[in-house]
Design a binder for this molecule. Structure first.
Ligand code: NAD
Length: 331
């Protein structure tokens, strides 16, 4: 019988982590997951995501409730299996929310990442095992005020506009240090506005659903005159899992579509596909919001053989179907 291969996913019960886990299981991996089910948004949503993973892949997944900042807990998990890869997706993820709670963002996104890297380094030197790859979920928002468009990975990214991207950029740099000193293969993947089934409720795509189906008023920044490189969650998950096949010591790579869409067009596409109007309040964009995000995807296509497949209309249809079937049906 072939040996089972093991992957660790932090933030497994979240939006992207749950999809990444399903793709890992499809590839024959046994996935060990960590999540602290925090209340950044309802823990019930995260429990439901975890339940959905179990219902399809129950025998190939084990989830531990715990915090990445708990060294002893991490030590135990690392000694439980011989991991090929660690997909580190656990984080505090909101740009605007990070302005209100900068210490918490620093603590989880930077110190939490440090603890994971440090425990992996300690474990490898003690047990002389093959070092697992470390795949870190970074963000397009590290590009901040850049004038290099489309965004390229060799940009210095020294102008983050909020504590959230500052912590993510700092963690990328920390990753370099650990790859240099401890030979941990480190890949930072910068995600560009991910949307789709299990969408995070604090993001525009989900808020639009709430507005359309429940008449909730939501802000539309700058009359929708900002561009986002919306990327469907399954394309993202496939790109992340492709890191298993890539060879790297330290790399940073963009995962977007490379086709920025005007926010107003995104809203109008949702409205025309649902046949309903969103209830929008025109509001000035906060200074932490970038005017546009736009991925140069050439490196991803070389390093990860990444080819995003899902056109916007198809992605929005899947988002709407998911919202109607799993959220409206149960409300
Ligand atoms: N969704 C996007 O568009 C997007 C864009 C760029 C980057 N990212 C990054 O991708 C990753 C996943 O994002 P998401 O949208 O799925 O967010 P999410 O909030 O749905 O998932 C993150 C998960 O991590 C868990 N978590 C948080 N702190 C933890 C801790 N200390 N210990 C253990 N678990 C903890 C949360 O409970 C949550 O389930 C994050 O690192 C985020 O910063 C997301």
């Amino acid at each position: 019988m072939a040996h089972k291969r093991f992957a660790l996913v932090t933030g497994i019960a979240g939006f992207i982590g749950s999809h990444v886990t399903e793709y890992l299981c499809e590839r024959g991996y046994f996935v060990v997951g960590i999540d602290n089910f925090n209340n950044y948004y309802s823990p019930l949503i995260k429990k439901r995501n975890a339940q959905e993973i179990f219902s399809s892949y129950g025998s190939d997944v084990k989830i531990y409730e715990g915090d990445i900042r708990d060294r002893m807990f991490i030590r135990e998990i690392l000694s439980s299996h011989d991991f090929d890869a660690i997909f580190h997706l656990a984080a505090m993820p909101g740009v605007r929310a990070s302005i209100e709670e900068p210490e918490l963002y620093y603590d989880i996104n930077l110190r939490g990442t440090l603890i994971l890297l440090d425990e992996i380094a300690r474990f490898n030197s003690n047990f002389k095992r093959k070092c697992p790859k470390f795949i870190f979920a970074s963000t397009s928002s590290v590009y901040g005020k850049t004038t290099i468009i489309p965004f390229r990975e060799d940009d210095t990214c020294s102008t983050p506009l909020a504590p959230y991207p500052a912590t993510k950029r700092s963690a990328e740099l920390l990753g370099y240090t650990y790859s240099y000193i401890h030979r941990i293969p480190f890949l930072a993947i910068r995600f560009f506005t991910v949307y789709g089934p299990r969408n995070r409720p604090d993001m525009m795509a989900y808020k639009l659903m709430e507005s359309i189906y429940h008449g909730k008023e939501i802000p539309l920044y700058n009359g929708g005159a900002m561009y986002r490189d919306w990327t469907y969650v399954e394309d993202i998950a496939l790109g992340v899992v492709a890191a298993l096949d890539a060879t790297f010591e330290y790399e940073i790579v963009n995962l977007g579509r490379g086709e920025p869409i005007l926010l107003l067009d995104f809203v109008q596409t949702v409205e025309s596909l649902t046949g309903k109007k969103a209830y929008l309040k025109h509001t000035e964009a906060p200074p932490s919001d970038m005017v546009r995000t736009f991925a140069d995807t050439r490196k991803a296509s070389k390093l990860l053989n990444y080819r995003p497949k899902t056109p916007l209309k198809e992605g929005i249809e899947a988002l709407v179907r998911w919202y109607e079937n799993s959220l409206l049906a149960n409300s």
